[in-house]
Structures are given as C-alpha cells and as structure tokens.
Design a protein around this ligand. Structure first.
Ligand code: GLY
Length: 394
C-alpha cells in the first residue's frame, strides 16, 4: 500500500514536471527548420503555378494547397519572420539569405497608409531582421513605417484608426489587435525617430485600456469611436462569437500588447493590466487542460468547438515576456511551458505535410467560416518567437 502510494505520488509529480517542463527548444527548432525547407519548395511551386508575382508570402492552406498573399495582406510579414528566427537560432547563412529575400517585398508597405497593420507586416519581418542584424537600411524602413502609421492617429479619439473598410457598420473602428502595432512606434522613437511616435503609442494604449476592457479584464474586439469627439459609439465583435464574448486571439493580442508597452515605458499600470488579462485567460473555466484555447472563450458548443492554436502561440510568447517583469514569474513560466508542450506534442504537423507550416489547428475567423482549423503563418511566427524567448530567459 505504502509503495503504491509513493509510486502514484512519484508518477503524479513526474506528470506535473513533464507537462510544465521547458520546451525542447533544440528539437522544435530542428523540426521547424526541416519543415520550413519543405515550405520553401512549396512556395516556389505555388508562385510558379499562380503566375502572379505580387503573391509573396504563405498565409495558410486551402484544399490542401498553399495560399500565398501579396505584401499588402496583414499576414505577409510572418513567414519572413519565421525565417529570421531560424537564422537567429542556427546562424546558417542560407536562412539569412532566405529571410532577406522574403523580407524585401514587404518593404514597400512602409508607404501604405490605408491600414493599421504596419506592425504585423513590417515589424515582424524587417523589424525582426533589424533586431538581429542592426542593418542601417532596415532601420530606415522602420522609421518610415512609423511615420506612415502615425498618420492614422486622431488626437480627438486618442487612438490609431484600424480599418478603412466596413463603413456600413462602424465610423471609426479600432480593434484590440491594433495594440500590436505600438511596438513599431515605440521602437522607432528608440531608434532616434520622432518622440511623437512614443506619445501616440502611449495615448493609444491608455485610451484602449479605458474603452476596450470589461471589468473582468476581457477585451472587446471592435470599439467604434466618434472621430470628432472621441465618444465611444459601439462595443462590438467582428471575429468573435458575440459582441459580449471573449474572442481568444483578441485576448492574446491584449496580453501581448500591454506586456510590450511595459517593456518600453516601465509604467506599472501596463504591467498590472497585463497581469489582469493573464488572470482572465489562465483562470477561465472554458480554458482546456492543454491550455490551447477554443477560438472564443464563450463559443456556444464547447467542448465541440475548434481550437485556435494561433491564440495559444501569441499567449505563450507574451507570458514568457511577462514572466520577466512580474512577481508571478513561476506561474507564467509553468503555463507558457505547458502551452508550448501541447503545441509541440499535439498540434505539430509531420515534416513534409501541412503545406510546410509547423502548426495545425488555428482558426482565423469562425463567424465567417474562414480559415477554421487550419495552419496559419502567424501561429508559426509567435510559436517561433516564444521558443526564441525561452532561449533568452534569465
Ligand atoms: N489581426 C487579425 C486577426 O487577428 O485575425
């Protein structure tokens, strides 16, 4: 009996330590490199078949085939970013060559002021390249991109306008995803650019903190502002289950956004906000045991709902950074590790499948039945970033 008790205890301790063990960085990077080599061949083939030179980056698969997008698509910067992470990890010149090649077509987006997605496009590609190489030209691209993004800031609302589209529904829509663009603005000021970029980022973060969050620190997706007065007109969703639900990736953007704001400003208000958002996510009763969220925390048919691995990747990456600032370090590391191990063990595609994407099981937009339970380039990007962060942990 005694021996049985100790065996059970040992096994349960083993289980706890295994599930929250640091991810096997070497193994995952090796697999990611093999899979990305396969992806490069797939991309060549898909480009050749499309006959459209404007299609530059892989976004997902459709009917078993790669779907490529043009640089103006919000996801165009993620695959170049994955290539940069591979180069940073193994320092093989071939990866740098590919990273530069895939980043180059994104550069022209620095002049595209018709969307807020500048950060996703330019910062995840060229910004990641700059962090690694400190290339003077990349720095210029970051500064020019910040200048263009800043044109979307409205001092009357205090926020950066997200979308020019959907004017039938919203006058001045601002989505929680927009928090992710602030990194480009903060960094541009740090690199010697105008201090206005920093002030715009702070204004956007503060206004969003006031208007986008519910008392439980879950976030709305879309807030519509009166562009003349800054008055909030609507609190809605676009990709979530309902206006009052918590769209999972949106919660991830919020967590990542405020953690990053703390990195640049050291304002404790942002740290507290990030900790509160983390508590909402991690303690949610609908969070599955493997910590890979359903696409919306309030999706009506949980547990029979698609997961969103991209949300898990964003959240894991954010938690690693937050663990460096918060006194909840141990909890955040344990949860992030568990998420990473779930992705590695349950949501990783065998090499030579999945169009070359590393992860399966993401959901782009369930309400429009678009990209449900598929690979997505941004899931891979934040997964690679999270892995890089594991390597950087103090
Ligand atoms: N930024 C768009 C999305 O998260 O789907």
């Amino acid at each position: 009996m005694k021996r049985y008790f100790f065996t059970v205890l040992a096994l349960s301790l083993l289980h706890t330590s295994t599930s929250a063990q640091k991810p096997n960085v070497k193994k995952v990077f090796k697999l990611a490199a093999e899979q990305t080599e396969y992806m490069l061949k797939q991309v060549d083939e898909a480009k050749h078949h499309s006959g459209n030179p404007a299609l530059v980056s892989p976004r997902t698969t459709e009917n078993g085939k790669l779907r490529l997008v043009a640089s103006k698509d919000w996801t165009s910067g993620f695959f170049p970013g994955v290539l940069w992470f591979l180069y940073e990890y193994n320092h093989q010149q071939e990866w740098m060559k590919e990273a530069k090649k895939f980043s180059a077509p994104i550069e022209k987006e620095k002049l595209n002021g018709t969307t807020h997605d500048m950060g996703f496009k330019v910062y995840c590609s060229i910004g990641t390249g700059y962090r690694i190489l400190k290339d003077a030209h990349y720095k210029e691209v970051i500064l020019e991109s910040a200048k263009k993004l800043a044109t979307r800031f409205n001092p009357k609302t205090g926020v950066i306008l997200s979308w020019d589209h959907s004017r039938d529904k919203w006058v001045n829509p601002v989505i929680i995803d927009n928090m992710m663009n602030l990194e480009l603005l903060f960094e541009a000021t740090k690199l010697g650019g105008d201090s206005t970029y920093y002030r715009i980022a702070v204004s956007h973060a503060n206004t969003t903190m006031k208007n986008h969050f519910r008392p439980d620190y879950s976030s709305y997706h879309v807030i519509d502002y009166d562009p003349q007065t800054g008055v909030v007109l609507k609190k809605n969703t676009h990709q979530g289950y309902s206006h009052e639900s918590a769209w999972s990736r949106g919660q991830g953007w919020a967590l990542y956004g405020y953690t990053m704001c703390y990195r640049f400003t050291k304002d404790p208000v942002y740290l507290r906000q990030a900790e509160n958002i983390a508590a909402f996510i991690l303690n949610h009763p609908n969070m599955p045991k493997d910590l890979v969220p359903y696409w919306d925390f309030n999706a009506p048919n949980i547990p029979n709902e698609p997961r969103d691995v991209s949300a898990a990747a964003v959240i894991a990456s954010a938690l690693y950074e937050l663990s460096e600032y918060s006194d909840q370090k141990k909890v955040y590391l344990e949860k992030a590790n568990l998420m990473m191990n779930s992705m590695a063990n349950k949501y990783t595609a065998p090499v030579g499948t999945n169009g070359g994407f590393i992860l399966i099981g993401s959901t782009g937009s369930k309400p429009s039945n678009s990209e449900v339970d598929v690979p997505l380039s941004y899931a891979d990007y934040y997964y690679m970033e999270a892995l890089h962060r594991v390597n950087q942990l103090k």
